[in-house]
Design a protein around this ligand. Structure first.
Ligand code: ADP
Ligand code: MG
Length: 243
């Protein structure tokens, strides 16, 4: 097994508020990990520290061998290897679908325009949106926007994909299409960390589930272990409310 992400004793403060209170965890290449837990438990903050959107206050985060907390590390290289998908899509509103997807690879000059276009068309076909390549984001449904956001994150050929509640802002009938794209990615072996409330997806697709509460990991195991045999009373309580 190859370790892709290693986190050691990660602490994150906002002012005096300690939001992550000593997280140590490793993710292997090809892991599909769902992170569950109550609102305010630090799930988004944790994901954001993994691609440098938030700086760790203390501890080490090693992604693909690069230590994010080392001042000499070029954070841009790490960001190129770690794609992120947000609850609110965050598409560039003034660019067409295909331009959204081509933006990073062309702007960062890792692909020629022709290569980026070929890659974008391939990704649009993978997420089932070939016909929408010239559409503007505002004309798309939430589910379509999120599939574009996934394609855009994949454009740079990242090694890791982070998803922060990717289906929470969607109408229920849109959720399935987005989860299907994510399941396919997982089956292709992408390393994925997914903060989600979709317990059915977590059980079916994840090889591992992590329960966080109060800025710490309280349980980490297989879906069967967490969902069928939860040990921690707070996980038992959480599941009784969401299942
Ligand atoms: P979750 O995603 O599990 O709901 P978050 O990581 O968003 O939790 O938030 C954890 C805690 O950190 C909350 O108390 C939240 O108010 C606080 N927090 C999150 N982002 C910021 C920020 N940029 N500045 C100050 N406090 C923040
Ligand atoms: Mg959150």
């Amino acid at each position: 097994m190859a370790t892709q992400i290693e986190v050691q004793d990660l602490h994150k403060y906002y002012g005096k508020n300690e939001v992550l209170k000593g997280i140590s965890v490793k993710f292997e290449k090809g892991d599909c990990v769902c992170i569950i837990g109550p609102s305010g438990s630090g799930k988004s903050t944790f994901l954001r520290t993994l691609n440098g959107l938030e700086e760790a206050t203390e501890g080490d985060i090693i992604v693909d061998g690069y230590n994010l907390t080392d001042k000499n590390t070029n954070i841009n290289i790490v960001r190129q290897n770690v794609g992120m998908v947000f609850q609110q899509f965050n598409l560039f509103p003034n660019m067409s679908v295909i331009d959204n997807i081509m933006y990073a690879p062309t702007e960062l000059k890792v692909m020629t325009k022709a290569e980026a276009k070929e890659r974008a068309l391939d990704l649009l076909s993978q997420v089932g949106l070939t016909d929408f390549k010239d559409a503007m984001p505002e004309t798309l449904s939430g589910g379509q926007k999120q599939r574009v956001a996934i394609a855009r994150a994949l454009a740079m050929r990242p090694d890791v994909m982070l998803f922060d509640e990717p289906t929470s802002a969607l109408d229920p009938e849109m959720v399935g299409d987005v989860l299907e794209v994510m399941q396919k990615l997982a089956e292709e072996g992408m390393t994925m960390l997914i903060v989600t409330h979709e317990m059915g997806f977590a059980r079916k697709v994840a090889n591992r589930v992590i329960f966080t509460d109060g800025g710490v990991i309280l349980e980490d195991g297989t879906p069967e272990e967490l969902f069928d045999h939860p040990k921690h009373p707070r996980l038992q309580d959480f599941l009784s409310k969401v299942l």
